[in-house]
Design a protein around this ligand. Structure first.
Ligand code: SF4
Ligand code: SF4
Length: 99
């Protein structure tokens, strides 16, 4: 089980700052395919730090707790890392969008 970021994400970026295993990566800006941030389910250690700082409650603590309307985001998080774009170096200040 891993935490899951859903399409409620507004790219605030707070989660990236607190993740102890650096498994949250922003999708490329301007690309409609990957508009928000993603958690690598293979690396997440379920600490809950990200969920505590998300200003829009976009993160859910397990696949079972993701609301049905956002169920597709479970697979999107996985595919982001298994098929790409996946991990990359990024400047958080350039990637985040503060509401
Ligand atoms: S803190 Fe919430 S809104 Fe901000 S990037 Fe993370 S999941 Fe998205
Ligand atoms: S639950 Fe912890 S390890 Fe998993 S993505 Fe959130 S901050 Fe990172």
């Amino acid at each position: 089980m891993a935490y899951v970021i859903t399409q409620l994400c507004t790219r605030a970026g707070n989660c990236v700052e607190v993740c102890p295993v650096d498994c949250i990566v922003p999708g490329p800006q301007g690309k409609a395919d990957w508009p928000y941030f993603y958690i690598d389910p293979g690396t997440c250690i379920n600490c809950g730090a990200c969920m505590a700082v998300c200003p829009v409650d976009a993160i859910f603590p397990s696949e079972e707790e993701v609301p049905a309307e956002y169920a597709g985001d479970i697979e999107l998080n996985r595919r982001f890392f298994t098929e790409g774009p996946g991990y990359r170096d990024f400047d958080l200040e350039k990637e985040r969008v503060r509401a």
